[in-house]
Design a protein around this ligand. Structure first.
Ligand code: DOR
Ligand code: ZN
Length: 345
């Protein structure tokens, strides 16, 4: 039996939701991870330090006592965000990042940024404190082709922010294109990117060919196969500017299997087994630990985790399918092939 012991992973991009859905998904999302950077796109969003403190409390209450898990909080940047409040939230260690959603780019992004000239004060605070700006890097203009949205954002607003704030740490979230990989490499001193497990597996055919598969739909949408291959190469490259952020984004099944299905893939339970198989196939199992438990914390200026997890190779098995309570059913990501690794718990 093949076994790998690695430092306990961090997920640097996670959606935990709120209310009953939070109670359902949090224990599952926390199971294989020591910490996660929790996205603030609730409705209404987490915009102030007080919002983040309250949300952190609700997250901790949704976790069973034995589970040691640290939610790393973020604030949702709006046109009206108070830079002083952001500064206090950083000083008091309440938040670890601020998230920029271009207005309308994705789920609950309608309160996002419409005017990039108005966010300078917040970006200066982040820059001074060494706190990253996490960016949903897609141009939300409905006239922009959905497959071009990432590239248009990178060459437009992202480059302007990069030029105006050379010391700002920027994380380009859930990258999906060759162009994004190249951009991050070219600006690597202060720029990094998260890569999801599902973008390492899916190309756009997996969403659209032979029938629409709503559970493979997320934003940014998966691109051509050549982009997937570039992402895979970046993930196993050992380059410190690429690290795991799952973007695990649970939605009720009924909201996904709809005439207007929403974006988001719930990957938390399968991420670690899936990544172990992908890294093994790429001959890079020895680089898995840095990707999931090294480069991210380094970029965020956090200590690496002290605990470990043990992964072992098993016979092929099917992913769990779904999680549910009396009200909610959430479909778990199916990579389209059996898993062959398991996390020992
Ligand atoms: O697919 C996505 N789902 N992409 C996002 O950016 C947001 C997320 C969500 O919150 O559902
Ligand atoms: Zn996300």
């Amino acid at each position: 039996m093949r076994e790998v012991v690695i430092r306990k992973p961090d997920d640097f991009h996670l959606h935990l939701r709120d209310g009953d859905l939070l109670k359902l998904v949090a224990p599952v999302a926390a199971k294989h991870f020591a910490r996660a950077l929790v996205m603030p796109n609730l409705d209404p969003p987490v915009v102030t330090m007080a919002d983040a403190l309250n949300y952190r409390e609700r997250i901790l209450q949704s976790l069973p006592g034995m589970l040691s898990f640290t939610p790393l909080m973020t604030l949702y940047l709006t046109d009206n965000t108070d830079a002083g409040d952001v500064e206090r939230a950083i000083e008091e260690n309440v938040i670890r990042a601020v998230k920029l959603y271009p207005a309308g780019a994705t789920t609950n992004a309608r309160h996002g940024v419409t005017d990039y000239t108005g966010i300078g004060d917040v970006l200066r605070v982040l820059s001074g404190a060494g706190t990253p700006l996490c960016v949903h890097g897609e141009d939300p203009d409905p006239r922009t082709d959905i497959f071009d949205r990432e590239g248009v954002f990178i060459t437009g607003p992202l480059q302007r922010i990069r030029d105006a704030h050379p010391d700002l740490k920027i994380v380009l979230e859930h990258i999906t294109t060759r162009e994004a990989v190249a951009y991050v490499r070219a600006h690597r001193t202060r720029t990094a990117a998260t890569i999801t497990a599902h973008h390492l597996v899916l190309n756009r055919n997996d969403i659209l060919a032979g029938g629409i598969r709503p559970h493979n739909y997320c934003l940014p949408v998966a691109k051509r196969e050549e982009h997937r291959q570039t992402l895979m190469a970046a993930a196993v490259s050992g380059d410190a500017c690429f690290f795991l952020g799952t973007d695990s984004a649970p939605h009720d099944r009924i909201r996904k299997e709809s005439s207007c299905g929403c974006a988001g893939i719930f990957t938390s339970p399968v991420t670690m087994p899936l990544l172990a198989g992908l890294f093994e196939d790429a001959g890079a199992l020895d680089r898995l630990e840095a990707f999931v438990a090294g480069f991210g914390s380094e970029f965020y200026g956090l200590e690496p985790n002290s605990g470990t997890i043990r992964l072992h190779k098993t016979g092929p098995y099917q992913p769990p399918g779904l999680i549910r309570d009396q009200v909610h059913t959430v479909v778990v990501f199916d990579p389209g092939h059996p898993l062959t690794w398991q996390v020992e718990t």
